[in-house]
Design a protein around this ligand. Structure first.
Ligand code: FAD
Length: 350
């Protein structure tokens, strides 16, 4: 396993639990990369069926992990509202039935009048309603990564922090080993889950995936009262998302269209981004949290054209990839782990 962010750690856990001999290589500490500063929002309602099913599985797994001894992942079910201006209420209701046939996720489509009564902090004028996810909320992505890595260790995995994978060794179309900063490790299978660094590693191994890096930024704000904005939200009309944050604060993120950033040279949070954020936020919230900024977080993620994330084979025997999570890798990580495990089980050279 190359990369001990949330995705690599989740895969290492699943593979070790399934009895495979796993070595997890992380050049810094477990939970670095995008994971280190991620908003960690977990929500299940998505247009894309693959993203939705991955997210639903992720939500259930984090809930289980939070209950397991030693599995502290900082999961908080704050509840989450998904707003989509174009969607009529009956379409939301149909989507809820499709995505949550057994009711495990307790998704509910609520009309704008009910929304105003129950969630008065939000503006409902431009929507027919919203989808409410009671189990939506967030995890602490660093704690979750470390919980996965600890669970992997308990199943016999090796976790090598401070170890950089330098080169994937391929011969006769099959992966053979990984050269690391602490020597060469023979491997029947190699999984690249190195986030924004994945493209370069794969290119050196002869695999060219259409991956790009993109800046991702979120701000943190003080609230006049801890429950002034009582739940998390995602606004599909603007791409703005937010969630309660520790200390009576609130985190809000906004899409930044800055592509091909160098993951080793991340710019600090750009305070100018507050102006664009304010306009979008005030379309959904009555309260203007941007009057009291308390800093923020800025990093990058690996994006792929479909913006779903790739958990798959590469064409080289035994070489797999789990990256391109396009701003949603925390919620997708447990599903990515399941998908990679299936591929490992079916892998001839492994
Ligand atoms: C500000 C922000 C907010 C976000 N909010 C959300 C959200 O609310 N919900 C959500 O689901 N997602 C969110 N995301 C996206 C999510 O955080 C990422 O998709 C996810 O963390 C990616 O995880 P990863 O493990 O694929 O990559 P990363 O977390 O980037 O991990 C890659 C790891 O590989 C290691 N590595 C790299 N090269 C090597 C090498 N050669 N050898 C060994 N190790 C190596 C790195 O050190 C790093 O630890 C957000 C991202 C940001 C930046």
């Amino acid at each position: 396993m190359i990369g001990g962010g949330i995705v690599g750690s989740a895969i290492a856990h699943r593979a070790a639990e399934a009895g495979l001999a796993v070595t997890l290589l992380e050049r810094e500490r477990i939970g670095s990369g995008a994971t280190a500063i991620s908003g960690g929002i977990v929500r299940s309602y998505h247009d894309d069926p693959l993203v939705a099913s991955r997210a639903a599985l992720g939500n259930a797994r984090y809930r289980d992990l939070a209950r397991a001894p030693g599995g502290d992942c900082g999961y908080r079910a704050t509840g989450l509202l998904y707003f989509d201006a174009g969607a009529p209420l009956h379409a939301m209701r149909n989507a809820v039935r499709r995505l949550d046939p057994s009711g495990d996720l307790a998704l509910e489509a609520i009309g704008a009048d009910e929304g105003r009564r129950r969630f008065g902090a939000f503006r409902w004028d431009d929507v027919a309603g919203a989808v409410h996810e009671p189990y939506g909320g967030y995890v602490d992505p660093v704690r979750a990564s470390r919980a996965f890595a600890h669970a992997a260790l308990a199943h016999g995995a090796q976790v090598w922090e401070g170890t950089r994978a330098l080169r994937i060794v391929v011969a006769d179309g099959v992966v053979r080993a990984v050269e690391t900063s602490f020597g060469t490790i023979a491997a029947d299978a190699v999984i690249v889950a190195a986030g924004a660094w994945s493209a370069a590693l794969l290119r050196d191994a002869g695999v060219d995936l259409p991956l790009r890096t993109r800046r991702v930024q979120a701000f943190i704000f003080a609230l006049p009262a801890p429950d002034a904005i009582p739940c998390a939200f995602y606004d599909a009309t603007t791409g703005v998302y937010g969630r309660p944050h520790a200390g009576g604060q609130y985190l809000i993120g906004f899409p930044v269209l800055e592509w091909d950033v160098d993951p080793d040279a991340v710019a600090p949070v750009d305070p100018d981004g507050l102006d664009a954020l304010r306009d979008a936020v005030l379309r959904r919230l009555h309260h203007d949290p941007t009057r009291e900024p308390r800093g923020g977080r800025c990093a990058f993620d690996a994006y792929e054209p479909a913006e779903r994330g790739i958990a798959g084979a590469t064409g080289i025997g035994g070489l797999f990839v789990a990256t391109g999570w396009s701003g949603g890798g925390v919620k997708a990580a447990p599903a990515a782990a399941d998908e990679i495990l299936e591929l490992l089980r079916a892998c001839a050279p492994c």
